[in-house]
Ligand binder design. Structure first.
Ligand SMILES: Cc1cc2nc3c(=O)[nH]c(=O)nc-3n(C[C@H](O)[C@H](O)[C@H](O)COP(=O)(O)OP(=O)(O)OC[C@H]3O[C@@H](n4cnc5c(N)ncnc54)[C@H](O)[C@@H]3O)c2cc1C
Length: 288
């Protein structure tokens, strides 16, 4: 059962900042796809809910060839999935969204809510981090931007301070000769991943690695970059055995925990396999 709460519905961002600053025991609600679950479970019972879903200033997708992509926080997963500009320039984001939950959840759940919720099994963060995304956030006292990889600080904990909202996700313009891939391993179609891996590869010429990113999902308390494996790849002529070595490092350096769905050992194994496969896929896309 959900406890009674007071409902606040600001019309503008300015009003939202003011209302959020004014009420102490206040939680933001956007799509409610994650928040209502924890409220129903009785894990939180805020006195106020601040509904930002209808603030138009936060609902947009903008792309510029030089500046890259900007997605407003209240943009739904479904809007991202259906965006032609994202499909053309960041196809990995569309394929990730396509497997996130069901159409019903994607129709209402938002990218800002997903990032703010900071579930280590969330799908968007590993992909966005592999694409070097940043997050803009702030409140009445001002705005700031940080790399998304620094934004999650622990299980369901972020760098947001009291009174602050996630405002925008920013993704740099895609570099030439770059490929990216993402896959989660789940037992039920469109469920949260038991584990997941994202990879991006930028080439110099046909097969020399200029840059690489490997980011694992549900492999620790926050999305986890495997920097030791990235360093192994940069500057080398890429091939299958290097991807296998990177996968081995990923399975060693990840920090998954066991639960009813899978043991720690099983997760490490799958993360190694997924890392190898996603690197191969990203490499092929970069060469295409
Ligand atoms: C059946 C089901 C299946 C799901 N499967 C997946 C899946 O496969 N992959 C996946 O990644 N997710 C999955 N989810 C989770 C869900 O889709 C996302 O977490 C969703 O995007 C959250 O967005 P929301 O707008 O609904 O956030 P809400 O539920 O409204 O909010 C979530 C949290 O973020 C805070 N918040 C929301 N917006 C902001 C903001 N702009 N600034 C600051 N704080 C904010 C809220 O206070 C709350 O703490 C699933 C959910 C359901 C119900």
């Amino acid at each position: 059962m959900i406890n009674d709460f007071n409902y606040l519905r600001p019309g503008t961002l300015k009003e939202a900042f003011a209302m959020y600053a004014e009420h102490d025991d206040c939680k933001v609600i956007c799509g409610g796809q994650s928040l209502l679950i924890v409220m129903r479970q009785g894990m939180i019972a805020p006195e106020y809910l601040l509904d930002i879903k209808h603030i138009k200033e936060l609902n947009y997708i903008e792309f510029d060839k030089k500046e890259g992509l900007r997605i407003g926080a209240t943009t739904t997963h479904r809007t991202i999935e259906k965006s032609d500009v994202i499909k053309k320039n960041y196809p990995v984001l569309v394929s990730m969204e396509n497997k996130l939950a069901s159409i019903q959840v994607r129709n209402w759940g938002t990218i800002g809510g997903n990032i703010a919720h900071a579930d280590p099994a969330g799908d968007p963060a590993p992909v966005l981090i592999a694409l070097k995304a940043s997050v803009k956030f702030g409140g009445a006292a001002g705005e700031k931007t940080m790399l998304l990889e620094d934004f999650s600080v622990d299980y369901f904990e972020t760098a947001l301070s009291k009174g602050e909202l996630v405002l925008e996700i920013q993704v740099p313009a895609p570099e030439p000769k770059t490929g990216a891939a993402y896959q989660k391993f789940n037992l039920l179609e469109s469920d949260m991943g038991i584990v997941a891996a994202a990879a991006s590869v930028t080439l110099n010429g046909n097969s020399k690695c200029k840059d690489a990113r490997i980011v694992l999902g549900n492999a620790g308390s926050t999305p986890k970059r495997i920097k030791r494996a990235e360093e192994l790849l940069v500057g080398k002529t890429l091939n299958e055995s290097l991807f296998a070595e990177a996968g081995k490092i990923a399975s060693e350096d990840c920090e998954p925990v066991a639960d009813i769905h899978a043991s720690e050992e099983h997760r490490r194994h799958i993360l190694g396999v997924l890392t190898k496969r996603m690197l191969q896929k990203a490499f092929e896309e970069a060469r295409a």
